[in-house]
Design a binder for this molecule. Structure first.
Ligand SMILES: [Zn+2]
Length: 376
């Protein structure tokens, strides 16, 4: 019989605290709360998308209602919760737990939904000790909904725990925030994500180079979920995940090509620059990305000139460092300014590579005139 393959994101969703990636502080706080059996009526999980808030909330909810909670409190080193095998944990894993209610506030913004929650929360839990509401994207609730919610937050029923999760802490009312126990989820470290992707690839038999996985991790910007989604995309598009294959799928330029472009700009050789740009045409490059990378590189070059260590290009090749030191800092600042001020125009044009060429030419032209004036 043919089995439906779960996608990687679902398959690798963490089921217990140990599997949550890169959130050790948040996990420690929650596990302590379980150990001491001191639950707050309202938790607020804040952090960027894909960094583990919702999974952690589900795991925490499962642990609170796990049949082995008392054993865990006796000996947390021997017993791990959620146990994943008791009736409550099984119901959780099938998303059929009658006492765990998950609401996506993005699609239920209205005050009526909140009233329904409030009414329903006065009933006792059916299967376990606590009724747990997870309100995802809580910042999307309307103001009226928040205000209705405040009432229950003032006097929450003993048997209820609310977990609000948000990617936008600023939009949560102060009055709500002050009644919550706040837990912050950091963007997950790139190296931690790379290691996790390596583990997935080895278990799933996906041929991959660490350098390719590192590019995926970098691109995911702290989101484990985005990284796994991207891994899934890349693995179907290429036989082996390598730095080159990932860059080409993303439409990104290799660092060495970026450095080459920079050299051409610095050397003031218009002919070479045009030739280099036309050689880029055969790739399906994201010019916006190239533009952003070039801007970063110019910024770092400015820092290097001021002898401040640059953030991203610490491992610049030595000939690259030498050519940076040759350029006048005034020119670098000018180039940075041009790239920033023209960014919006780049977004509007369809001829992006041509536009980049012309902007660089304009910069070169102005710089050459500078030289001429100086040498007169
Ligand atoms: Zn259990």
């Amino acid at each position: 019989m043919e089995k439906t393959e779960l996608n990687l994101t679902r398959k690798w969703r963490s089921k217990n605290f140990q599997e949550v990636i890169g959130q050790s502080l948040a996990i420690r706080i929650l596990q302590n709360s379980l150990y001491l059996k001191q639950f707050f009526p309202v938790y607020l999980f804040a952090g960027q998308r894909g960094c583990g808030k919702t999974s952690t909330a589900r795991i925490f909810a499962a642990a609170v209602n796990c049949a082995r909670l008392a054993e865990f409190q006796q000996d947390p080193r021997k017993v791990s919760i959620p146990c994943l095998t008791c009736p409550s944990c099984l119901a959780m894993s099938k998303s059929q737990h009658p006492d765990f209610i998950e609401i996506d506030a993005a699609s239920h913004t209205g005050v009526d939904n909140v009233r329904n929650i409030i009414d329903a929360s006065s009933f006792l839990p059916l299967l376990s000790s606590k009724k747990i509401y997870l309100i995802d994207e809580a910042h999307m609730l309307s103001k009226a909904a928040f205000n209705a919610f405040l009432k229950i937050l003032e006097e929450p029923p003993m048997s209820v725990i609310f977990i609000l999760a948000t990617t936008d802490m600023q939009k949560i009312l102060e009055t709500v925030k002050s009644r919550c126990f706040q837990i912050f989820f950091d963007p997950v470290d790139t190296q931690v994500i790379t290691d996790h992707l390596e583990k997935i690839c080895s278990v799933e038999n996906i041929p991959a180079d660490t350098t390719g996985l590192a590019v995926i991790a970098q691109e995911a910007g702290g989101s484990v979920r985005d990284a796994i989604n991207l891994l899934e995309q890349v693995r179907f598009a290429t036989k082996k995940i390598s730095k080159e294959s990932v860059l080409s799928i993303l439409g990104h330029i290799d660092e060495s090509a970026l450095f080459e472009l920079f050299e051409k700009i610095v050397s003031q050789d218009v002919h070479e620059l045009l030739q280099f740009c036309s050689s880029l045409e055969k790739y399906e490059l994201s010019i916006e990305y190239l533009w952003a990378q070039l801007t970063e590189l110019v910024y770092d070059a400015i820092l290097i000139q001021y002898h401040v260590s640059a953030r991203r290009f610490i491992d610049l090749p030595s000939d690259m460092k030498q050519s940076i030191e040759k350029i006048s800092i005034v020119h670098l600042i000018r180039l940075f300014g041009i790239l920033c001020s023209q960014e919006q125009n780049l977004a509007r044009t369809t001829k992006k590579l041509r536009f980049l060429e012309m902007v660089l030419l304009q910069y070169m032209q102005e710089t050459v005139q500078d030289f001429k004036k100086k040498n007169k």
